[in-house]
Design a protein around this ligand. Structure first.
Ligand code: ATP
Length: 242
C-alpha cells in the first residue's frame, strides 16, 4: 500500500454495454500535485473521473486513492471534492443558502467569507441559481466543492463560462490549494491556461492512455509536438471512436 500516491489506476477497463470506453488504463499520481487530464471530446476523461469517484463500479482493474481501494472509501472519509462538468444546484436555495448549508454540513463555516470575496459572489448572495449568469453559476458550483472537507479535488471542466479575470482567479486558487497540501485533478481543453499550472498530465485518446508525466517527459516521447497545444491538436486528430 503506497500512501505517497494520491491516485493509482491499475489496468482499468470500463465498458458502456459493448463500447470499450477505458482501455487498460494504468498510471500513478503523486500526492500534493496538480494534474491535467487532457483528451479530445469523447476520449474518456469524464468516464475516468466517474470511475475514480465510484459513480461507476462496473469497471475491471483497481483504483486506489491515498493507498486505499476507492471502492472502500466512504462519504464520511472526506477524501473527494468534485466540481462536475454538469452543474447540480438546489433550485430552491439562494447563493447564500447554498454556502451556508454546505459549510454547516462540513463544519467549514470559517472558509465562507474568503470564498465569497475570492469569487466575487457578494452582490449575488440573495439570488437563486436560475437568476445567475452562467459564469456566476459556475463560481457557485466551485465554491460549493471547495467548502467541503477533502484531500483530493477533482474538477471536470472547471473553467467553463468564466471570464478572463475569474479564469486567472481559479488558476491562482488551485495553486493556493496545492500549497496547502491538496491534490488536484483537472480536466480541461484550455491548454494555454494550464501549461504552467500542472505538475503532471494524463493524456487519453479513444480510451487509451497515450501520455503520462511532466510536460517535458511527454513531449520527449512526441517529437512532432512542441507544447501542450500541439499535443492537443495531435490528439484531436484522433477524435472519438467511430
Ligand atoms: P468531453 O471532452 O466531450 O467531455 P470526455 O473525454 O469526458 O469528453 P466521456 O464523457 O468520458 O468523454 O465519454 C467517453 C465515451 O464514452 C464517449 O464515446 C461517450 O459517448 C461514451 N459514453 C459516456 N457516457 C456514456 C453512457 N452513460 N452510456 C454510453 N456511452 C457513454
Amino acid at each position: 500500500m503506497d500512501k505517497t500516491r494520491a491516485v493509482s489506476f491499475k489496468k482499468v477497463n470500463k465498458y458502456y454495454n459493448e463500447f470499450h470506453a477505458l482501455k487498460n488504463i494504468s498510471f500513478d499520481i503523486p500526492k500534493n500535485s496538480i494534474v491535467g487530464l487532457i483528451g479530445a471530446n469523447g476520449s474518456g476523461k469524464t468516464t475516468m473521473i466517474k470511475c475514480l469517484l465510484n459513480y461507476y463500479d462496473d469497471y475491471s482493474g483497481e483504483i486506489t486513492v491515498f493507498g486505499e481501494k476507492n471502492k472502500s472509501i466512504a462519504q464520511e472519509d472526506n477524501i473527494f471534492a468534485y466540481i462536475p462538468d454538469t452543474p447540480v444546484y438546489y433550485e430552491e436555495l439562494t447563493v447564500n443558502e447554498h454556502l451556508d448549508f454546505i459549510s454547516r454540513m462540513y463544519k467549514t463555516e470559517g472558509k465562507v467569507e474568503k470564498l465569497k470575496k475570492d469569487f466575487q459572489l457578494e452582490s449575488h448572495l440573495n439570488k437563486f441559481p436560475h437568476e445567475l449568469s452562467k459564469g456566476n453559476r459556475q463560481k457557485l458550483l466551485i465554491c460549493c466543492a471547495l467548502l467541503r472537507d477533502y484531500k483530493l479535488l477533482i474538477a471536470d471542466e472547471p473553467f467553463s463560462g468564466l471570464d478572463p479575470r475569474q479564469l486567472n482567479n481559479l488558476r491562482e486558487r488551485f495553486l493556493e490549494l496545492k500549497n496547502k497540501g491538496k491534490t488536484i485533478i483537472l480536466s480541461t481543453h484550455l491548454l494555454a491556461l494550464i501549461e504552467n499550472l500542472c505538475d503532471y498530465y494524463i493524456m487519453i485518446d479513444k480510451g487509451n492512455l497515450i501520455g503520462v508525466g511532466t510536460v517535458q517527459e511527454i513531449l520527449a516521447k512526441t517529437p512532432d509536438c512542441k507544447n501542450l497545444e500541439d499535443l492537443y491538436l495531435h490528439l484531436s486528430e484522433g477524435g472519438e471512436e467511430d
